[in-house]
Design a protein around this ligand. Structure first.
Ligand SMILES: Cc1cc2nc3c(=O)[nH]c(=O)nc-3n(C[C@H](O)[C@H](O)[C@H](O)COP(=O)(O)O)c2cc1C
Length: 211
């Protein structure tokens, strides 16, 4: 283990920014080592540690082990960030309470729902749940997300990368499956944007009528 400490120490002292670490709870349920690794990390100068509450072998199966994250929090003095299965403001609150963590990290629940951070922050601050954003607002957010994707990857590649994000943003909407098929057949960025604009405006009208 000494070699790993030296490696982490070398990394920490070689850069001018704080170095953080993200770990799982162990190799497999028979060999959990998160608290030991967290202590080593702290000793080596790591600034904060994120724990995904599953072992490597568990991949994404089962539920996140918040008790293991709690044990890490109790074992070190650096900030601990809890991760795994947080998908709503209430779950965020529960995980913070159960683990005593200083912060949370969210992965899959942000896919197609980037406003989840604001929803959680609002709930933790005021204790109130925000309403779901209406289709026009979702369309605005998706539009700016896609413009950034086109900028980052270039228009041609950006359109392809955008497809999975569009699928996530539309998940659960009426007619989402057939719309996904349609959007996946489009290769031009302008057509992708205009098709989305039309889809969300129709969705907005349908919701207004149903209200
Ligand atoms: C598509 C995808 C890509 C990921 N890539 C990484 C990665 O590069 N590095 C990492 O530490 N974790 C990665 N993860 C794991 C997440 O950071 C996170 O630990 C895990 O999804 C559990 O959190 P969640 O339940 O909020 O999704 C990835 C997860 C997904 C779904």
């Amino acid at each position: 283990m000494k070699l790993q400490i030296v490696f982490v120490q070398t990394l920490v002292t070689s850069v001018e920014v704080p170095v953080t670490l993200k770990i799982r709870t162990g190799w497999d349920p028979q060999s959990r080592n998160a608290t030991r690794i967290a202590r080593i990390a702290e000793q080596a100068g790591i600034s904060a540690i994120t724990v995904h509450g599953r072992t490597r072998e568990c991949r994404f199966a089962g539920s996140a082990e918040y008790d293991s994250i709690r044990a890490v929090k109790a074992a070190v003095n650096i900030p601990v960030i809890a991760n795994g299965d947080i998908d709503s403001p209430r779950k965020a609150e529960q995980v913070l309470q159960m683990t005593g963590a200083d912060a949370i990290m969210i992965g899959r629940a942000t896919q197609g729902r980037p406003w989840i951070f604001h929803e959680i922050q609002h709930y933790l601050t005021c204790g109130k749940l925000l309403p779901e954003p209406d289709p026009l607002r979702v369309a605005e957010l998706l539009h700016s997300h896609l413009r950034e994707l086109y900028q980052l990857y270039g228009n041609e590649h950006g359109v392809l990368i955008a497809r999975k994000h569009i699928g996530w943003y539309c998940k659960g909407n009426k007619g989402a499956a057939s719309f996904r098929k349609k959007i996946n057949s489009i290769s031009d960025w302008q057509e992708q944007l205009s098709t989305l604009k039309h889809y969300f405006s129709v969705l907005g009208e349908q919701q207004d009528k149903a209200a």
